[in-house]
Design a protein around this ligand. Structure first.
Ligand SMILES: [Zn+2]
Length: 164
């Protein structure tokens, strides 16, 4: 890393600390040539391995694009897409893997997308899981219904309110 003042290419680290919960390291450096100080940030890069074997950095924007396509015409706000992408990234980072196959990214998208919008979820899943027949959709919809029924619905907690 060259000094931003004199372009000298030699510096020493005077301080380093972890930031973003250990996902990045911030280093304070002192240029050996001019003595001025500057800061560098070293970040853990999540790599996605595509089916072709090519590796590329994980991109939240790419997740948003993929999900946005599935959400066309659905009442889903841009905010919600950003939040979903954030959730996906968190899930991937917390898995502790530095490199993961692209289908794992798709897998991490399915859960939060199902909560966001069921139609968009079906669209996304149909591409991702390469549904080949109406039966595949029927099965997925049956699963959706089952999951919905398994959730407790609107039970109002008894607050044991005032006696007399
Ligand atoms: Zn310098």
């Amino acid at each position: 890393m060259r000094c931003p003042y004199c372009r000298g290419d030699d510096s020493r680290v005077v301080d380093s600390r972890e930031v973003e919960e250990g996902q990045a390291i911030r280093r304070r450096r002192s240029c050996s040539a001019c003595g001025r100080r500057f800061t560098t940030i070293e970040e853990l890069v999540l790599s996605v391995v595509k089916r072709s074997g090519v590796t590329e950095p994980f991109s939240r924007e790419k997740v948003v694009r993929g999900v946005r396509r599935a959400c066309q015409g659905r009442p889903v706000q841009e905010d919600a897409l950003q939040q979903l992408a954030h959730k996906v990234e968190e899930a991937i980072r917390s898995s502790g893997m530095a490199e993961l196959p692209s289908h794992e990214v798709g897998l991490a998208i399915l859960g939060p997308l199902r909560e966001l919008d069921e139609v968009a979820y079906l669209r996304f899943a149909s591409v991702y899981r390469a549904y080949s027949s109406v039966e595949d959709f029927e099965k997925e919809i049956a699963d959706l219904r089952a999951a919905r029924e398994a959730e407790p619905v609107g039970e109002v907690a008894d607050t044991g309110s005032s006696g007399e």
